[in-house]
Ligand binder design. Structure first.
Ligand code: NAD
Length: 496
């Protein structure tokens, strides 16, 4: 029986896979739920092993059918067309991102969707202008050789991305992979499937050849994510997510000795010296601790402040944090949205309880805001500041991934460098100081992939991005992405 129009309007949207140029459904689906009020956003298809296999085969076939032979200029044109396609549906992308994450509209506009577009444009321009290495070699017998390096596509790239910056992180990998002449099978997080599905529509509408971009939805362990990493025809896996998941994927791909690029978790530090521009440092730490409700891998959950300004800094950060407005995305006053889900909120709240057990002083927050309306069904928590914990406390060593930071005093430069580095993670750090030499000196000694001085979260997409220790393997960004997504062949020629 046909659905009545009213029923059709009420039916939840179904987000499907995009395989070999067609949108396809699966028998099994799961619910995509709003973290703002717990309502259903969409039903999402769950890819089984057969669907993943179909996607990988389609990608391999498209690769052989000619995508690998396209010229860099042709691929740059495709990437710009995709960027134009996102731009043309900008508001739909914003709405999709907001529905899945509950983040403020302004953030989705200025950060998530804007960066999605920028990722395609940046790698289009990079591939158009990319060069390669060249060396002259002279051997003792008087012969002369030249060496030049050819970049060739790897083949089929498996892309697995997280929920915290859905479109931004998904396109951060899709764009360079396609730019280098690879085909892709990409899986967004099960928590945030909407913007990736819209992206598939854009790919379809711009006429990208079938099989070049394939989208599969589903969960990770023993599901779509694992099926993708286990697939023998995948040439490389690029993954952003938790360090523990990275470790699992590494074991899975070990037998096939697949290339991997991992952008993983962090327990990032901010260091505020007494000579810092005080107001700029307070503002900077509010941003670095609470942007996206603390759900950015680069957020600082450990703040070290030089003792002479410690009390004043804690008071100022408390006052500024209490000005944050936690609320729904469409309220223009909102500066902080909910966590991604009730499940993640349970994890963050367990750390709120643990901090008290470990002896923290709760400077502000520490609980769940009460709204008295539908938002009470959402996944909100209060922005939270602690002091008084030892460096060994679990709340100071483990990634929480919520709007929370611990502030500790320090006395000397050497001491704080040691404490910042005394971490299993090594993703990012920010230093606040007005002494130029000190900034450079400290940055050099910090064991992370990224250091900001008097800044945070500023990203030039040409620069290397990635982490040390548990925070990742490899670097992406600029030519580092081009290197990862290609097989380099050195050609050595005797010329004399
Ligand atoms: P997650 O590891 O739980 O999931 C990430 C993705 O991996 C999802 O798509 C999930 O379905 C998939 N997955 C899970 N288990 C899998 C398995 N066994 N095999 C294959 N795929 C699997 O991470 P999350 O909770 O979505 O994201 C938050 C984490 O991501 C935090 O730790 C954060 O620090 C990290 N992160 C890092 C960066 C970075 O650039 N370094 C950026 C953003 C987020």
């Amino acid at each position: 029986m046909n659905q009545e129009p009213a029923d059709a309007a009420r039916a939840p949207r179904l987000l499907r896979h995009y395989i070999n140029g067609e949108f396809v459904a699966s028998a099994t689906t799961f619910a995509d739920v709003s973290p703002v009020d717990g309502t259903l956003v969409a039903q999402v298809c769950e890819a089984d092993a057969a669907a993943v296999d179909q996607a990988v085969r389609a990608a391999r076939a498209a690769q052989l059918a000619g995508w690998r032979d396209t010229t860099p200029a042709q691929r740059a044109d495709w990437l710009h067309r995709i960027a134009d396609g996102i731009q043309a549906r900008f508001d739909e992308f914003v709405a999709a991102e907001v529905a899945d994450t509950g983040r403020p509209l302004t953030q989705a506009r200025t950060l998530d969707v804007a960066r999605g577009i920028a990722n395609f444009r940046t790698f289009a321009d990079l591939i158009r202008t990319a060069n390669s290495e060249f060396f002259e070699t002279h051997t003792p017998d008087g012969s002369e050789y030249i060496n030049y390096v050819r970049r060739k596509p790897l083949g089929v790239i498996g892309i697995i991305s997280p929920w915290n910056l859905p479109l931004l992180l998904f396109t951060w990998k899709v764009a360079p992979a396609l730019a280098m002449g690879n085909c892709v099978v990409a899986k967004p997080s099960e928590e945030t499937p909407a913007s990736a599905t819209l992206l598939a529509e854009v790919m379809h509408d711009v006429g990208l050849p079938p099989g070049v971009f394939n989208l599969i939805h589903g969960h990770g362990p023993n599901a779509a994510g694992e099926f993708l990493t286990r697939h023998p025809d995948i040439s490389a896996i690029t993954f952003t997510g938790e360090s523990r998941t990275g470790s699992t994927i590494m074991k899975t791909v070990a037998d096939g000795v697949k290339e991997i690029s991992f952008e993983l978790g962090g327990k990032n530090a901010a260091v505020v010296f007494a000579d810092a521009d005080f107001d700029a440092a307070v503002e900077g730490v509010v941003k670095s601790s609470f942007t996206n409700a603390g759900q950015v891998c680069l957020c600082s959950e450990r703040v070290y402040v030089e003792r002479p300004i410690f009390d004043r800094f804690v008071a100022a950060l408390k006052a500024r944090t209490e000005m944050l407005c936690v609320g729904a995305p469409d309220d223009p006053a909102t500066t902080m949205g909910p966590l991604i889900s009730r499940g993640h909120r349970e994890k963050v709240l367990s750390y709120f309880r643990l901090a008290v057990e470990e002896g923290a002083t709760v400077v502000t927050g520490g609980g769940v805001p009460q709204f008295g309306d539908a938002r009470d069904e959402g996944a909100f928590v209060q922005p939270t500041i602690w002091t008084g914990l030892p460096d060994t406390a679990r709340c100071v060593t483990e990634e929480i991934f919520g709007p929370v930071c611990h502030i500790a005093p320090f006395d000397t430069e050497d001491e704080v460098i040691h404490r910042v580095n005394d971490s299993a993670y090594g993703l990012a750090a920010s230093i606040w100081t007005t002494q130029l030499a000190r900034g450079h000196r400290v940055a050099k000694q910090i064991e992370t992939g990224i250091v900001w001085i008097n800044a945070w979260f500023v990203r030039d997409l040409r620069t290397p991005f990635g982490g040390a220790k548990l925070s990742g393997i490899g670097r992406e960004g600029g030519r580092h992405s081009l290197d990862f997504y290609s097989e380099l062949t050195n050609v050595c020629v005797r010329v004399a």
